[in-house]
Design a protein around this ligand. Sequence first.
Ligand SMILES: Nc1ncnc2c1ncn2[C@@H]1O[C@H](COP(=O)(O)OP(=O)(O)OP(=O)(O)O)[C@@H](O)[C@H]1O
Ligand SMILES: [Mg+2]
Length: 454
Amino acid sequence: MLAVIAFLAPGVVLAWARTCGRRLLPALTMVALAALTFPALPWLLVGGAVALLVAGTRSFWFDAWCKATPRLRPVRVRRWARVGWSQEVGAVGLASLRSPTSPLKITSVSDAIHAVWTLPLGVTLADVERERLPLAAFFDAPRLDITPVRPSLVALTWRWDHPLAEARTAKAPTAGSVALVDGLALGRSESQADVCWHPLTPATHALVVGGTRSGKSVALQVWLTQAASMPDVLICGVDPTGLLLAPFSEGPEEDLIALGTEPESLAHAVELLAHLVDVTLGERLARLRAHRLDAIRETDDGMPAVLVVLEEYPAFLAACAADDTATGRKPNERLRTRAELYVQRLLAEGLKAAIVVVIAAQRADADVLGGYRRDQISTRVAFRLESADGWRMVLPSVPDLGVDDDLVPGEGYFSTPGKAVERFRADYIDYPTYRDHVEQAMAWRRDHLSEIPI
Ligand SMILES: Nc1ncnc2c1ncn2[C@@H]1O[C@H](COP(=O)(O)OP(=O)(O)OP(=O)(O)O)[C@@H](O)[C@H]1O
Ligand SMILES: [Mg+2]
């Protein structure tokens, strides 16, 4: 017993001296303890050597130990937040010269560390999101979730789990039971909230971008499964792969679908786009003028929203260009030029006429979607992209967001006006289920909806 006391005494006295900041009292106590435990003097000396070694090397391991969590005790986490946060914030350039850095308030520590932080003057949510990776390293965590609570308050969650590891199965609503106001669910965010695109509130076109096998087509299938069940949505589009829109080509609106890259299909695709611009858009705009309205805000089966799906849009344009060359068309008759012009008109003027364009592409390159056209598409879905350049083109407000991410198929970022960019995992639907569902929805439409209103 005496040996144990003698061994521990130097460490306890040294810790006490560090925390109380005094020297004399701990030194006198040490002398008294040495006298009392004199028979165990060797243990006292060993204890003293160990305590000095620990204190001397503290600067090398203490901070790392404090950060090496999640399983670390809350008290350590809180201490590290207190001593390290303002320095960290300064190091990543989020400190304000005009106001002191407010402390990081740890709200709970479990498998994840939850905290709230008041943003310094002049620092925005986007600034914090830009520094996501260095801030995640503050607790050596692989991930940091940043959620706005109020304009100047953010909730920060350092996580070690991967909340998007599993994909949910996509919803397949019964035909006629849903409408466009319900929105088109795409998946769920890291906070398990639904990620949903509401095409008409506010009205936006959508761009789905991602490298090959990144999950674009599955995401479109998830949207189309729901849209097919909405009586106030009419689906049309161009699909050079022939897979995505194939089940719609057997429905009552088959003329509104162009599949494949055969010369006749390409010509049909361009005629379809021409019809959408010259007839549908033209008539709808005339109708708006006649009714002294500036936009169609409510849709029903008599005046449906028209969802123009352009799957693999760059591949479609490339096929048009190849056909133009092969047939030696005159410049003003070229399919590619015409297709691009019609799409541009739909992007520029479609929304007020409830004509919504969805473009899927492996990249949003300028030669296919020049800045002007891209700017008119304000809902963006970005799946895995190989280059920083690719990210910059899709999410210019947070260009570095996904650059170092290891995104699995179906995992990406979702951006729509009025909301912060969210990381999400798209729901999953397999192709046979998708086909079955759309075919059932088409059968329902044939029985329940009257003539094609466009
Ligand atoms: N949300 C998801 N959850 C789970 N797996 C998915 C998800 N989305 C896609 N995948 C997987 O990734 C594969 C490729 O997806 P998809 O066909 O949508 O890619 P893509 O981006 O359209 O590729 P490509 O450019 O080659 O057409 C799918 O077959 C599926 O196995
Ligand atoms: Mg695809």
